[in-house]
Design a protein around this ligand. Structure first.
Ligand code: PMP
Length: 440
């Protein structure tokens, strides 16, 4: 049989909205936002191999430069003192254990290292038990469908991460978003949904799950956990907290948003986190009651159908966690991170930039507004020895593009002071101080 070309088939539109259309045109013309250097040692200082555009090709020039890294999630600086902290353990683990378990956790992929890390993590965050997964994104996107489904209601913060959105959609539960970090908005949405009940049948919801993050990574904003957990208690809703950016970064002992906000871990039913940020590893975890964890072990695709976390990583994360939990070095790292974050935030505010978020947050976004200034900001910073991450549509609304600085315990105050002076130069050139949005 020959395949006939299909004629008259409706072609999906390339640009779904005016925002998408303008975004593509602007970035296509400016082009250079994609010419990022290649990194060879990502710590608080970053070595990069420079590339340049020759015609349509990106060519490595061979030149290497050292930049101050204000973009990675290396909150506790484990990437900077790798050898003195996790290096030995990892080398020993490489000799003793395979890299891949070659099996999912529910088959033959559970080792004593996995169980030890799970017990350590559960004790650290104050829960009965925990599961570790080999990917943070997959932790959310496979756990949520195992917890809720048809006939259940999810109330999700309007600015939740893509992995949460993905998990919610895959669950088949009815999803409502509530205004970002607004306990009043959550209560209003809950009341309305409870009054209406399950669509068509009007029966009461079987379960209600509220999804929030401890620290919002595009906003640098800390969750209003006290008020949100009080609303959940009042309406008998379960609370799921994503601590990807807050575990090991917030709270005097690094125990995350619960500790920072003075909320008991008993009031948050599911604590999720990742090891890619503060702990300098890979993967994610869920900590909860023994009953919830047993249920996840039987039903969660990330546990049943996904290869187990590498044994070597289990050792590295366990070592990093022990340092945070038990040593003076861990306490020093946490204190330095907090001091550095607050110092850099106040320096940027002094310059006159529009800074988003809360004090104590190591994520510090600065609004650039005009999309055309996004690649220009990145390029000018790079020219002055600063590696920064700039974010625009569709991760943010079109006119709320921003530079997102991430502070680390590996930075010195001098690094941050110099960086602030350079950012002031760039802000003067691009005129982004006291930025007033033309769109209100
Ligand atoms: N949750 C949040 C809030 C995140 O920001 C991220 C990624 N940055 C993830 C989950 C996914 O984690 P990972 O990158 O470790 O897969």
């Amino acid at each position: 049989t020959t395949l006939k070309p299909q004629r008259n088939k409706k072609v999906a539109p390339l640009f779904k909205s005016w925002e998408n259309f303008y975004y593509r045109r602007i970035f296509h013309r400016i082009g250079d936002v994609f010419d990022r250097p290649v990194c060879s040692s990502p710590g608080a200082r970053l070595e990069v191999v420079m590339r340049e555009r020759r015609g349509t090709d990106l060519v490595t020039t061979g030149e290497t430069r050292e930049l101050v890294n204000l973009g990675s999630y290396n909150y506790l600086g484990f990437a900077d003192d790798w050898e003195s902290t996790c290096g030995d353990t990892v080398l020993r683990a490489v000799e003793e254990w395979p890299i891949s378990c070659g099996s999912s956790r529910s088959e033959l992929g559970t080792t004593t290292l996995h169980r030890r890390l799970e017990q350590q993590m559960a004790a650290f965050v104050g829960k009965e038990d925990a599961i570790v997964f080999n990917m943070g994104y997959g932790t959310n996107s496979t756990t949520i469908p195992a917890l809720v489904g048809k006939g259940d209601l999810i109330l999700s913060d309007a600015l939740n991460h893509a992995s949460i959105v993905n998990g919610c959609r895959a669950s088949g539960a009815f999803i409502r978003s509530f205004p970002h970090n607004d306990a009043g908005g959550l209560e209003a949405a809950l009341r309305e949904a409870i009054a209406l009940g399950v669509p068509r049948t009007r029966r009461p919801w079987k379960k209600i799950l509220v999804m929030v993050e401890g620290l919002y990574s595009m906003e640098g904003e800390i969750c209003d956990l006290k008020a949100i957990s009080a609303v959940c208690k009042k309406y008998k809703a379960y609370l799921y907290l994503d601590e990807a950016h807050s575990i090991g970064a917030l709270g005097p002992t690094g125990r995350g948003a619960c500790e920072h906000c003075g909320v008991s871990p008993d009031d948050v039913h599911v604590l999720m986190g990742t090891f890619t940020k503060s702990f300098g590893g890979m993967g994610g975890y869920i900590a909860a009651s023994a009953q919830i964890i047993d249920h996840l072990r039987a039903t969660c695709a990330g546990f049943v159908s996904h290869d187990a976390m590498s044994c070597v990583l289990c050792e590295q994360i366990s070592t990093a966690l022990t340092i945070v939990e038990k040593s003076d070095l861990g306490a020093r790292k946490l204190r330095t991170l907090k001091d550095n974050s607050n110092f850099f935030r106040s320096e940027l505010i002094k310059i006159g930039l529009h800074v988003y978020g809360d004090y104590d947050s190591p994520v510090i976004p600065v609004l650039l507004y005009n999309p055309a200034k996004i690649p220009a900001f990145s390029r000018e910073c790079l020219a002055r020895g600063l590696a920064v991450v700039v974010v625009g549509f569709p991760a943010t609304p079109l006119v709320k593009g921003r530079a997102r600085f991430c502070v680390s315990a590996g930075h010195t105050l001098q690094d941050l002071q110099d960086a602030a002076a350079k950012i002031k130069e760039v802000a003067d050139i691009l005129k982004i101080q006291y930025a007033i949005s033309p769109f209100g």
